[in-house]
Design a protein around this ligand. Structure first.
Ligand code: ADP
Ligand code: MG
Length: 258
């Protein structure tokens, strides 16, 4: 097989359980290179668990995961990760530049950072649009600034796949748009999986959507059926339809086409 044909991520018949409780059941998912997949689902649906399993941090009960054709343990350095709830104490004494440089920890060759490590961290700061914050303390930043710094830190690992877990949960609506614009730009050169419980925000920006609630409901496009959403949220779709871009749901009464 040509290297270009290898999917970024390939998951087959994956089961994950904690203390005997099944959290992920028979997950099958292929994410091609260059894809931008949004995964939505209710709290406790297993979204963070799925990302951690892709990273090789959780060992599945059953099933396989391939990251660019190899096991997560062998290929986790290809993945940049922006975790959920990366809260910093307001007085946590670390500067933005240092946080981003930490992205080089797993990659650096010696005990200290090389000139090249510093250059890569610098480029990551620029790419994420936060080079002006380099000398600020991480704890003083706004939610939106902090998330960009965490993206910069992930970029400093030079990943080809980026996983983001609820990255805009603490970002003001005004900053969310520019944050999603940044992700769209990054998607030109890397595969992205974006997890969120906010269907209306995510569905505007991704190329493909999946819903996760222990089982994964995947769609080939942005079309999600009414039944899928009802299955996910156990509530009538009309309650949430007004916040959803029209392209996601098939036409139904009460939604005005834009
Ligand atoms: N390390 C763990 N040990 C035990 N249970 C866990 C662990 N991580 C997650 N869970 C449980 O797995 C379920 C899915 O959690 P999670 O993946 O965090 O969902 P989501 O990110 O969709 O909100 C929840 O019931 C949670 O309590
Ligand atoms: Mg989560």
């Amino acid at each position: 097989m040509n290297d270009n044909d290898i999917p970024a991520i390939e998951i087959s018949n994956l089961y994950v359980a904690f203390d005997g409780n099944l959290v992920l059941e028979d997950i099958n998912l292929t994410v091609e290179k260059g894809d931008y997949l949004g995964i939505i689902g209710p709290n406790g649906g297993g979204k963070s668990t799925l990302l951690r399993t892709i990273l090789g941090l959780i060992v599945p009960e059953r099933g396989t995961i391939k990251v660019l054709g190899h096991s997560p343990q062998d290929n986790h350095e290809q993945i940049g990760y922006v975790p959920q709830y990366a809260l910093f104490d307001r007085y946590f004494p670390v500067k933005v530049g240092e946080v981003v440089l930490m992205g080089r920890l797993g990659k650096r060759k010696g005990l200290s950072y090389s000139r090249q490590d510093r250059q890569i961290a610098e480029q990551a700061l620029q790419r994420a649009g936060v080079e002006h914050l380099k000398n600020r303390q991480i704890g003083e930043l706004s939610g939106g600034e902090r998330q960009r710094v965490l993206v910069a830190r992930a970029l400093a690992t030079e990943p080809s796949i980026l996983l983001l877990d609820e990255p805009t949960a603490s970002v003001d609506p005004g900053f969310q748009v520019t944050f999603y614009e940044l992700l769209a730009e990054l998607n030109e050169s890397m595969t992205i999986i974006l997890v969120s419980h906010d269907i209306s925000a995510v569905s505007r920006y991704v190329k493909r959507l999946a819903c996760l609630n222990q089982r994964l409901f995947c769609s080939d496009s942005l079309e999600i059926t009414k039944e899928m959403v009802e299955e996910m949220y156990h509530c009538p779709v009309d309650l949430i339809a007004h916040g959803i871009p029209h392209r996601v749901l098939p036409a139904h009464e009460g939604v005005v086409e834009h």
